[in-house]
Design a protein around this ligand. Structure first.
Ligand SMILES: [Zn+2]
Length: 194
């Protein structure tokens, strides 16, 4: 990774400044914990490299907030419901008390282009990232800065019907019909690399 974390690269529009509520939030918290424990979302001072989300039945998705340490016990206030993104204005409309994950544009783009995807788990793991070619995992064409529309676009370009891809020199994305399938997919790929 050539660039350290310097914050989100969009404007957050708080539609409702309260923590989001959803019955599946408990499961998302559980996967955040598992991702941390397996080394799929390594910590940095003040957060973790990785962001996890699921699609709701109300036209939104719920994602980890920015600067959330996945090693910590997470309350509902650590998560953000994303209602919409204005790509041109670089604005994200949310319910929550903090900005959503820096990679919200990427999650938004995937949900828009893949109606079959209900959960997106993005993590960082060198074993996976460095072995993408060897393992035959689809990989984005070139390294681009994190949190940008450019990154979301580079993912969209190779998305197809793949459920597991690598963002070049950055991380991986597991996308599935359920959180269980997305989490299991990421864990399975990790096992193949170590
Ligand atoms: Zn990342």
């Amino acid at each position: 990774m050539s660039e350290g974390y310097t914050g989100v690269k969009f404007t957050t529009v708080f539609k409702n400044k309260v923590p989001p509520h959803h019955p599946d939030l408990a499961l998302l918290k559980e996967w955040c914990r598992i991702f941390h424990e397996k080394g799929l979302a390594p910590p940095y001072p003040g957060g973790s490299y990785g962001n996890l989300s699921f699609r709701t039945d109300r036209g939104s998705f719920i994602i980890t907030g920015t600067c959330i340490g996945l090693k910590d016990t997470l309350g509902d206030d650590c998560f953000v419901e994303v209602h919409d993104c204005n790509i041109t204005a670089k604005e994200i409309m949310i319910t929550g008390i903090r900005p959503p994950s820096s990679e919200s544009f990427m999650h938004f783009t995937i949900y828009q282009n893949r109606p079959d995807v209900q959960a997106i788990f993005h993590g960082h793991n060198q074993h996976i990232t460095q072995n993408a070619a060897k393992l035959g995992i689809p990989e984005t064409a070139e390294e681009v800065p994190y949190g940008t529309l450019e990154l979301a676009e580079s993912v969209k370009e190779i998305l197809g019907t793949h459920n597991f891809i690598v963002i070049k020199e950055h991380g991986f994305v597991a996308m599935e019909k359920t959180m269980l399938l997305a989490g299991t997919l990421a864990s399975d790929w990790l096992e193949k690399t170590v």
